[in-house]
Design a protein around this ligand. Structure first.
Ligand code: WQD
Length: 329
């Protein structure tokens, strides 16, 4: 098998490339480098610079590299930005997917893994202990989440119509890094945003502490990017082994961690001692989103290996590479 990994120069994509290669699979990266970084693509893995909106280069790449499976991660992923730029998000995420699927069905590709998101669920019930299963109704709250849900529909419908084997992987809150070089360079999520505040000698912010959760702060399900990448390998292999598959899977650990707990753990792991300040709620934040990871364990035998501590320490090593002045002790 040769796998085309779109978005393979991105934070998550580069981890998927590494996991695929470590598992002995052939990989080719297709990335427009709008946010991807060419240096993340390992030696020996071809990098084709192109957009999923361009049918010609896509078709050529699929043929030239005799691609038999695609893992599609190339997309825009900032929820807030998608509210301001819905047309851009629908074009990049949904039209990009449609053009890619057209090329895929015209080539000899048999398997397709789609990068989806817990954002498809929107605001699930926040009852204590409640887990989000793949049967939980999908009511996305942002154009970003809408493009991921509609993307799943398009992927599934294409599979049914053409026999393409498909999987949609719904990522929960991704953090951590395999190596400092592969760390997320964006400061858009809780862990890097706390790192940034600590580095600036400022208190981390808790966006709302009056949620109906045990400590009043939002609860999320954090997943190590290395575990997430390995789930892609498991899904890719399952599709290749059994044509006609149609999987929709949560990728999380099934364990809720609050914002306050995360900030405490980050302080402890980094040698800082900065209590957070409470800031206003961020519009659209659900109180509690925690995955049920039962289905993926049953279907693929996959289970997360790393905990939140591993995510924080590996992400911090990546942060220190770019911000050495942040080191303490
Ligand atoms: C986590 C919690 C914040 C920063 C988003 C997308 C989701 C997926 C992952 C792409 C929230 C709180 C944050 C800070 C804080 N994206 N927070 N202080 O919103 O759960 O998920 O990223 O696929 O679709 O919605 O992640 O990391 O932004 O926030 O209190 O300085 O941390 O309010 O409760 P989120 P996040």
């Amino acid at each position: 098998m040769t796998w085309l990994i779109t978005g393979g120069a991105g934070y998550i994509g580069a981890h998927v490339v590494r996991a695929m290669r470590d598992a002995g699979e052939q990989a080719v990266v297709y990335d427009d480098l709008s946010t991807g970084i060419a240096e993340r693509v390992p030696e020996g893995v071809p990098l084709v610079v192109g957009s999923t909106l361009d049918a010609g280069p896509l078709a050529r790449t699929l043929t030239e590299h005799a691609v038999t499976g695609v893992v599609h991660l190339a997309a825009k992923k900032q929820v807030g930005e998608s509210v301001d730029l819905p047309l851009h998000y629908y074009r990049e995420n949904l039209e990009g997917l449609r053009v890619l699927l057209e090329a895929v069905t015209a080539a000899s590709v048999r398997s397709f893994v789609f990068s989806s998101s817990a954002a498809v669920y929107g605001m699930p019930s926040a009852a204590a202990g409640e887990l989000v299963t793949e049967e939980t109704p999908c009511v996305p709250m942002s154009p970003y989440g809408e493009t991921k849900l509609a993307g799943e529909w398009l992927v599934r419908a294409t599979g049914r119509a053409t026999g393409l084997s498909t999987a949609s992987l719904r990522y929960f809150n991704v953090a951590g890094a395999a190596t400092p070089e592969l760390a997320d360079v964006g400061v858009f999520n809780l862990v890097p945003m706390v790192f940034e505040k600590l580095t600036q000698d400022a208190p981390p912010r808790v966006f709302g502490d009056d949620y109906p959760t045990p400590d009043g702060t939002c609860v999320r399900d954090y997943i190590h990017v290395v575990d997430l990448a390995e789930a892609h390998v498991a899904a890719a292999r399952a599709l290749a082994a059994s044509p006609g598959r149609d999987l929709t899977l949560n990728i999380g650990r099934g364990e809720g961690v609050s914002v306050r707990e995360m900030i405490d753990l980050i302080n402890a792991a980094t040698g800082y001692d900065r209590p957070p300040v409470t800031a206003p709620r961020r519009p659209g934040d659900p109180a509690r989103v925690v995955a049920s990871a039962d289905r993926i364990r049953g279907e693929l035998g996959w289970k997360a290996r790393y905990d939140v501590q591993d995510m924080i320490t590996s992400a911090w090593a990546g942060w220190l590479r770019l911000h050495p002045e942040a080191a303490r002790g």
